[in-house]
Design a protein around this ligand. Structure first.
Ligand code: TYD
Ligand code: MG
Length: 460
């Protein structure tokens, strides 16, 4: 029976227990015990290892100085889907494990089927393991993608041991597991999708990838809170973590690398969902701007830097009469940061908003984490408060500190040049980002403090 083989391990201190407990007996943390596969040595807890414990289990392996190890370049296969190759750091790396997360319906299965089809057509053996959809459903998607002749092999299976055996036998160069939450291992009694199952299945697949050189792509679902369902530990186990972002109501999709052992993090790939699948958008800088015919209050365009490319994103703010407990809501921007910026606005610019609801939004479902958005957020808030639009063709970027200082953003020149290229004419930027040579068509105002910046735009 699987049940009596189970073991529960505290994710906090590593202590084990034969049954589930609410509170860890060793470190007294609550709800930290998760089911794990049985320990290799029965009766021996991880906490009580003697000094020569491992000597009896295996022969010691030789160790080598770094200088004697040949540094080889990783073998990478570009898929030809340029935007995806860009996020992966140039292509699919042999033996790597990539986790792709995102909301249901955002396009994970579509993108991965397109990827495998491309690779298969290049002569690389692939395998698509579908735990969610039947073979017929996947075939239907392939037809929709205009790939009715696709030769990508499909396996519909959810039991881990069978999948491992099939992958090992098929020896593909790249395998997709759609999704990790549907898999279950016979070794554990918990249900598919539980923390223990997800972790166990991912660990086995990772081991297989490393042992055989097969690249494995795991699809992971995201919970309503935007976290990958299951443990965050998945992110630590794999080589790269990619997230799909974007508003399912708009056609644009961003794929962002939040971890990449073989490339740059925060690199993004931009796609448009079309009737025939995801198409790369090679020049995406203007897609997150809404097309107002007239300048409107509460809107400020930010030039943000996503990976290696500048991106222009409209930041919208609405400040409206609240009650005794006003709301602060943000979509696509950090809420804690908003609270901080409102405090800075009050203290250093004398603008109070404690009796007002404040809403901010980054247009198009894009998520912005960089502090360089601060200045544009405050400009949009002031504009909404005064019900006065910023001038047409206006952009801003820069971080705002608690002392009210405006700090420079990385690669300011590049941001300004991109804005000028898209026809923007006025910019307010941190003093250190002032370009040395003028940029044709763009008037740049350098600022050092937030009150100075806000006063300046009131006069524009
Ligand atoms: P899907 O890849 O199934 O999403 P996920 O695996 O992330 O859950 O995406 C499906 C959505 O994309 C669905 O709403 C239909 C739409 N779609 C298109 O618009 N065009 C297409 O060519 C395909 C295949 C799907
Ligand atoms: Mg899917």
């Amino acid at each position: 029976m699987a049940r009596d083989k189970s073991l529960f391990t505290c994710s906090n201190c590593g202590a084990t227990s034969p049954r589930w407990l609410g509170k860890c007996p060793a470190c007294e943390a609550w709800n930290t015990l998760v089911e794990t596969a049985p320990a290799a040595v029965p009766g021996e807890s991880r906490n009580r290892l003697s000094a020569n414990h491992y000597a009896g289990l295996a022969a010691a392996q030789p160790v080598m100085p770094l200088a004697h190890i040949e540094a080889t370049e990783v073998a990478r296969t570009p898929s030809g889907l340029q935007e995806l190759d860009r996020v992966l750091g140039g292509g699919v790396v042999e033996g790597s494990v990539v986790l792709i997360g995102g909301d249901p319906g955002i396009g994970k299965s579509t993108l991965l089927l397109q990827l495998l089809d491309r690779l298969q057509r290049q002569g690389l053996p692939t395998l698509y393991v579908s735990g969610e959809e039947s073979g017929a459903q996947v075939a239907m998607r392939a037809r929709r993608l205009g790939l009715p002749d696709s030769l990508v092999p499909i396996l519909t299976e959810i039991q881990l041991e069978k999948i491992l055996a099939s992958v090992e036998a098929a020896q593909p160069a790249v395998a997709v597991i759609d999704s990790i939450q549907t898999l279950y291992s016979d070794q554990l009694s918990s249900a598919p999708g539980s923390v223990a199952q997800v972790r166990e299945c991912a660990a086995h697949l990772t081991r297989l990838a490393k042992a055989t050189g097969i690249a494995i792509v795991l699809v992971g679902h995201v919970t309503k809170e935007g976290q990958l369902a299951g443990p965050r530990v998945l992110e630590h186990m794999v080589d790269s973590v990619l997230y799909f972002e974007g508003d399912t109501h708009s056609s644009f999709r961003l794929v962002r690398a939040i971890k990449n052992r073989f490339g740059a993090v925060n690199e993004i790939g931009v796609f448009a969902m079309t009737e025939t699948g995801l198409k790369g958008v090679s020049n995406p800088s203007a897609i997150f701007l809404s097309q107002h015919s007239e300048a409107v209050p509460g809107s400020c365009v930010l030039v943000t830097l996503e990976g290696s490319r500048p991106l222009l994103v409209e930041i919208q703010a609405l400040v409206d009469g609240g009650g005794p407990s006003p709301r602060r809501l943000s979509v696509g921007l950090e809420r804690d940061r908003l609270a901080m910026l409102l405090a800075v606005l009050h203290r250093h610019a004398g603008v109070a908003s404690y009796d007002q609801d404040v809403f901010i939004n980054a247009v198009g479902g894009v998520r912005i984490n960089e502090p360089a958005a601060d200045l544009a957020i405050l400009m949009a808030i002031q504009s909404s408060l005064r019900n006065q639009a910023l001038p047409k063709g206006f952009i801003a970027f820069g971080e705002v500190g608690l002392a009210g200082e405006v700090r420079p953003a990385a690669r300011g020149q590049e941001r300004l040049r991109e804005a000028a290229k898209l026809g923007f004419t006025v910019a307010v930027v941190p003093k250190a980002n002032m370009p040395k040579k003028p940029i044709a068509g763009l008037t740049v105002h350098p600022v050092e403090r937030i009150e100075e910046a806000l006063a300046l735009v009131r006069g524009l």
